[in-house]
Design a protein around this ligand. Structure first.
Ligand code: PLP
Length: 388
């Protein structure tokens, strides 16, 4: 019997992390300073991408990426309904319109066949981009999306919040890491405490495009630049220009210091996440009440397991039973298209039957690097007990 709460996800903070933060706190810069550059460089290296831009959270990352990809009033963008609302909201922030497409019944990520159907049912040039989401850490096959996007002249923004460290092997045998920009124009990450790397609040945009990178840097700080190459006038060395309407979406050096320290343990965290997933996979393999997550091409797909999502019978019963034991399982996600806000925009129940059916049964079991064997065993024992 375990008497303390077990969440579905949680950060790990070590003594080293604390030292990194207190060092940053007593340094000269506490908002955007040298730690930001260091975090961006380390993160870009980890992901295998040219540029990384640190911002205040994952939602800000989505917003700026949408702007840098020129989303504006009239832009039509495609995404999945099984995601956190921010993946869709960013398009609306920029004045665009969002089109939800149903999910693949096996991977629960956006169904490429349905995306093609949507594209084919409109005149060419109707849509501007796609935002695929690496749900739970499952790497979307962005090679296939790139082919489709090229046919229809679309950009791709990968929402890789769940998947730092995840990858797939493409048709040429090349390793494609989530967010590495090989097939996507840009990608975004979040450093919310339940994600792989925690900075309290925090986010990152990655891209291989210098043009997108330059835009992001400007948009992150009010649309202001001091870069002499970009200035329209120059009144002296104090001079800066606000060239477009930007924001203050900066990350602090204090948070970046934590991110740098956390990133050092990213691979160890992934190994532990996979270990936990394997145990759940093994124990629930033939259980008639629980369907474990499937990986279609296991040899060529490396799941990052931000979440471990099962589909269960009597979900509400199991949820309440576990909650009473302080096992805080979660539901990811309530489809975004049936949120009241999106219903007001015209979406309704029945629009995306596979997503809606998925929602009826999905449940996220505890998975995070600090979850102990005893805690996991307790979770498993109680789930099996519920179905006895
Ligand atoms: C967490 C998350 C976000 C938003 O990140 P925040 O840092 O919380 O703003 C966006 N998309 C997905 C898929 C997420 O899981």
């Amino acid at each position: 019997m375990i008497l303390h709460p077990i969440p579905y996800g949680k950060q790990t903070i070590t003594a080293e992390d604390i030292k990194a933060v207190t060092d940053a706190l007593t340094s000269q810069f506490i908002t955007q300073g040298p730690k930001i550059d260091e975090f961006e460089n380390d993160f870009a290296k980890y992901i295998g991408v040219k540029y990384a831009v640190a911002v205040s959270n994952g939602t800000a990352a989505l917003h700026l990426a949408a702007l840098a990809l020129n989303v504006k009033p009239g832009s039509k963008v495609i995404t999945t309904s099984i995601t956190f609302a921010a993946s869709a909201n960013c398009v609306l922030y920029a004045g665009g319109e969002i089109f939800f497409v149903d999910i693949d019944p096996e991977t629960f990520t956006i169904d490429i066949k349905k995306v093609r159907q949507l594209l084919d049912s409109h005149p060419k040039g109707t849509f501007s981009g796609i935002i695929p989401v690496d749900l739970a850490g499952y790497p979307v096959n962005t090679e296939e999306f790139r082919k489709l996007a090229d046919e229809y002249n679309l950009w791709i923004l990968e929402d890789a919040c769940h998947a730092p460290g995840g990858y797939f092997i493409d048709s040429k045998g090349k390793k494609i890491k989530c967010g590495d920009g090989q097939y996507c124009d840009a990608a975004i990450f979040s450093f919310h405490p339940v994600k792989h790397i925690a900075t309290g609040e925090g986010g990152m945009i990655t891209t291989n495009s210098k043009e997108i990178y330059d835009r992001l840097i400007m948009l992150r700080t009010h649309g202001i630049t001091k870069n002499p190459d970009l200035l329209i006038e120059n009144h002296g060395s104090w001079y800066y220009e606000m060239q477009e309407l930007g924001y203050n979406y900066r990350l602090t050096d204090i948070q970046a210091a934590l991110g740098i320290s956390q990133l050092k343990r990213a691979d160890a965290g992934l190994i532990r996440r996979r270990e936990i997933a394997e145990k759940y996979d093994r124990i629930f393999a033939n259980n008639p009440n629980i369907i474990t997550p499937k990986i279609i091409d296991g040899k060529n797909t490396s799941h990052a397991y931000h979440l471990y999502i099962v589909r269960v019978n009597n979900r509400i019963g199991l949820y309440d039973f576990l909650r009473n034991l302080q096992i805080y399982v979660q539901v990811h996600y309530i489809p975004v298209h049936i949120m009241p806000y999106y219903k007001n925009l015209g979406w309704k129940n029945g629009d995306l039957p596979i997503a809606e059916n998925y929602y009826e049964h999905c449940m996220s079991l505890p998975i995070f690097p600090a979850l102990t064997d005893e805690e996991q065993d307790f979770v498993i024992e109680k789930i099996l007990e519920f179905y006895q």
